[in-house]
Design a protein around this ligand. Structure first.
Ligand code: 4AD
Ligand code: MG
Length: 446
């Protein structure tokens, strides 16, 4: 597997093929007659053997600090599986050159990160650019790529069109309190919280659509699952009923998992990061919000709300309570029919019970909510009323409101947090580990 720059030098020798290999030092074991270097690059690792005293350069163990970049020449040899060398190969080195030295005190960081990184540790966060070189952190990034591509491929299979809505906007989607405001040529503007409203404007012309874009939320608390900038996988479907939305969600989550596990490389990352992972069994559990409130109160002892009281209809099911729920039930839950008051202005009311919306949160063990979705309000007057009730001035939304004038339809969709999906599938303690460079309150570097 190592490495994209590995060059066969051509001549076959008694021992094997002569090659030239580039890489960085993962670790070094010095023995009496030879020094073993585990060389790595973004593609794999290779065991290199440097016989003592048999080199064109004077061997100096101190030269070989972790992360030193090298080019090595030698003979590639097959070795028996019993030796446990990666890919059962070994490079017998007869010449090397240091391309980029590394300080030996880097070991202190990279030793820690090679398996387990601590997403709460300030030093680790400041050194994210080095932490990413660790085995687990880099596996999460490769798995992230695989998951994102799995979404693209699956949506293509399902005949969804991909669009790219703007990130600079003048409308809120999920409440004013988490808006990032900025000055747009003298006008107030925001970083988008969700592409949903824009997706709703293109189902008429493109059919079912999706976007994978950044969303931004000024979350003023530090939790395991909140970021200021996250990757939002959002889809919108025309001419559907609520039941279709739920079925689609079950289908797409299952297909993504299948696709990730079917690819030998991404399956390997899942195995490394989350050895116990199993594809959730279908059908997913469904629970109405009202039943969830009862369930929370029926636990022994009852799971209380944020004020320390038993849950009442209309309460938010806060992160802690939700986590207890997913830990106890320990399988995906479709939590549906949230009360109108605690959900966004655009959600369609359940015609059978006008106190609640046709809404769904998908909860996963270990993470909690990874998806938020709903059917959308269809009527013009009803939407105008909803803006008013939510204290939203309707002028900037004229283009969204217009949809209800020009051939409105039953439609709905959802948003899935890519980092939360990854935290679930890769069993990460927080979504911070699922970002290249996480952004959350108090951190905007590296
Ligand atoms: O539940 P949310 O706020 O729903 C929406 O934004 C809808 N407009 C989406 C839609 O219907 N098109 O967010 C959807 C998902 C959440 O379930 C969560 O996975 C993720 O986006 N999310 C966050 N992830 C990380 N950090 C945050 N601060 C997040 N806020 C939402
Ligand atoms: Mg939500």
């Amino acid at each position: 597997k190592l490495n994209n720059k590995s060059i066969e030098l051509g001549d076959q020798t008694k021992k094997g093929t002569r090659v030239k290999v580039y890489g960085r030092i993962l670790n070094v074991r010095a023995q009496k007659n030879a020094t073993f270097i585990d060389l790595k690059d973004g593609y794999g690792t290779l065991q290199c053997v440097l016989p003592a005293g048999n080199l064109t350069k004077t061997y100096d163990a101190l030269l070989f600090a972790q992360e030193t970049a090298l080019v090595l020449h030698g003979e590639m040899k097959q070795v028996p599986p019993a030796q446990k060398a990666p890919d059962n190969r070994e490079l017998h080195v007869d010449y090397y050159k240091v391309l980029g030295a590394a300080p030996s005190d880097l070991d202190a960081i990279s030793n820690k990160v090679s398996r387990q990184s601590d997403p709460w540790n300030v030093e680790m966060l400041d050194n994210r650019h080095l932490v990413l070189r660790g085995e687990n952190a880099s596996a999460v990034m490769k798995l992230r790529e695989a998951v994102e591509l799995a979404f693209v491929d699956t949506y293509r299979d399902m005949d969804f069109h991909k669009v790219s809505p703007p990130a600079m906007v003048q409308t809120q989607v999920e409440g004013g309190s988490t808006l990032f405001k900025y000055d747009y040529y003298g006008e107030e503007a925001y970083l988008t919280q969700s592409s949903q409203l824009y997706l709703e404007t293109v189902i008429q012309s493109l059919g079912n659509v999706y976007a994978i874009e950044k969303s931004f939320r000024a979350e003023k608390s530090l939790t395991r699952r909140h970021l200021s900038e996250f990757t939002h996988v959002e889809a919108e479907m025309d001419f559907i009923e609520f039941e279709d939305l739920l079925e689609h969600l079950e289908e797409i989550i299952s297909r993504i998992v299948d696709r990730v596990l079917a690819d030998p490389r991404s399956a390997e990352y899942v195995k490394l990061l989350n050895p116990g992972f199993q594809k959730p069994t279908r059908p997913f559990m469904r629970m109405k919000y009202a039943d969830a409130i009862d369930w929370l109160n029926q636990q022994e002892p009852p799971i209380l709300n944020e004020e320390g009281n038993p849950h009442a209809f209309g309460d938010d099911i806060a992160e802690a309570a939700e986590r207890r729920m997913t830990d106890i039930i320990n399988r995906p839950i479709f939590l549906t029919h949230f009360p109108v008051e605690i959900k966004a202005f655009y959600m369609k009311k359940d015609p059978n019970d006008l106190r609640v919306t046709e809404s769904v949160d998908v909860l996963m063990p270990g993470v909690g909510e990874i998806v938020g979705g709903s059917m959308r309000m269809e009527g013009y007057e009803e939407l105008i009323e909803a803006y008013k009730k939510n204290g939203i001035g309707h002028e900037p939304y004229y283009w969204y409101t217009d949809l209800r004038k020009f051939g409105t339809s039953p439609h709905g969709g959802y948003g899935l947090g890519l980092e939360r999906f990854l935290a679930w599938i890769a069993n990460r303690h927080t979504v911070r580990e699922a970002c290249l460079y996480p952004r959350f309150m108090g951190r905007c570097k590296p």
